[in-house]
Design a protein around this ligand. Structure first.
Ligand SMILES: Nc1ncnc2c1ncn2[C@@H]1O[C@H](COP(=O)(O)OP(=O)(O)OP(=O)(O)O)[C@@H](O)[C@H]1O
Length: 239
């Protein structure tokens, strides 16, 4: 069974058609990448899948359930991270994770928070206020928060934004491990082509609200006669 099936999603903001008839599916343990130039409609697509904005048309099913009719059940089984989402800045890192663990009704919040601090290497920062953290440190807290409910589907808008190459590499390895070993499905956006090449099983290129090319990194480089995904991106974006 698919984790996510979205069909013919469309979203307009006044005269702008941000997303124009997009269909997507994500299976268990799959990592799907959404790529495209600035303004292509990637974040708008993610926000519809999260129920933050309502599509003008199209359908969204997760775990076989229609999002609109089963919002609470569906949302309790997914999670989201993006650097533009604010966390409560006056709270300490440990407190933030504890709040979200309780909001999601995690059975043993204390143990889960300890696991997440360990997983995201946040132990030394646990008593620091979120507003005092660097942007890269905050990105790691966002990812820890996104894992708090052990989601079956993780929606990540630029998951390694602000991370240095070492931290970025560790996070990529962690996310791939969570997909392969724990079967967590992921839908990610990224402007880092090496990251997408390394992580994603399938990639959808968006342009002006539509998917204009899809496939694995190897398939896309083959079809476009390119040496790298970056070259594919440039060819697609400039065509
Ligand atoms: N709330 C909004 N009101 C009006 N227009 C919006 C709104 N949100 C997005 N848009 C427009 O929809 C289009 C798609 O934006 P979106 O943020 O989805 O792009 P994106 O692919 O995520 O871009 P980026 O790579 O820059 O993050 C853009 O033209 C944007 O200006």
């Amino acid at each position: 069974m698919s984790i996510l099936e979205a069909a013919a999603l469309t979203k307009r903001f006044g005269p702008v058609t941000a997303v124009d008839g997009i269909s997507l599916d994500v299976g268990p343990g799959e990592i799907i990448g959404l790529l495209g130039p600035n303004g292509a409609g990637k974040s708008t697509t993610l926000h519809m899948l999260l129920g933050l904005i309502t599509p003008d048309s199209g359908s969204i099913r997760m775990f076989g359930l229609e999002l609109g009719a089963h919002r609470i059940e569906v949302l309790s089984r997914i999670n989201f991270a993006a650097s533009y989402v604010d966390l409560p800045g006056v709270l300490h890192v440990r407190e933030v994770l504890d709040v979200f663990a309780r909001l999601y009704g995690v059975r043993n919040p204390k143990a889960r928070v300890a696991e997440l601090l360990d997983l995201l290497e946040l132990g030394p920062l646990r008593r620091r206020r979120v507003m005092e953290l660097s942007s890269g440190q905050r990105t790691r807290v966002q990812l820890a928060k996104a894992l708090v409910n052990e989601p079956s589907l993780l929606i990540l808008d630029e998951p390694t934004a602000n991370l240095d190459p070492d931290a970025g590499d560790r996070i990529r390895n962690l996310l791939v491990r969570l997909a392969r070993e724990n079967g967590r499905a992921m839908l990610i956006t990224s402007h880092n082509m090496q990251e997408v090449e390394r992580m994603c099983d399938r990639i959808h290129f968006m342009s002006a609200g539509r998917v204009v090319a899809s496939g694995s990194a190897a398939e896309l480089t083959g079809v476009y006669g390119a040496d790298s995904l970056e070259e594919v991106f440039l060819k697609v974006a400039r065509s």
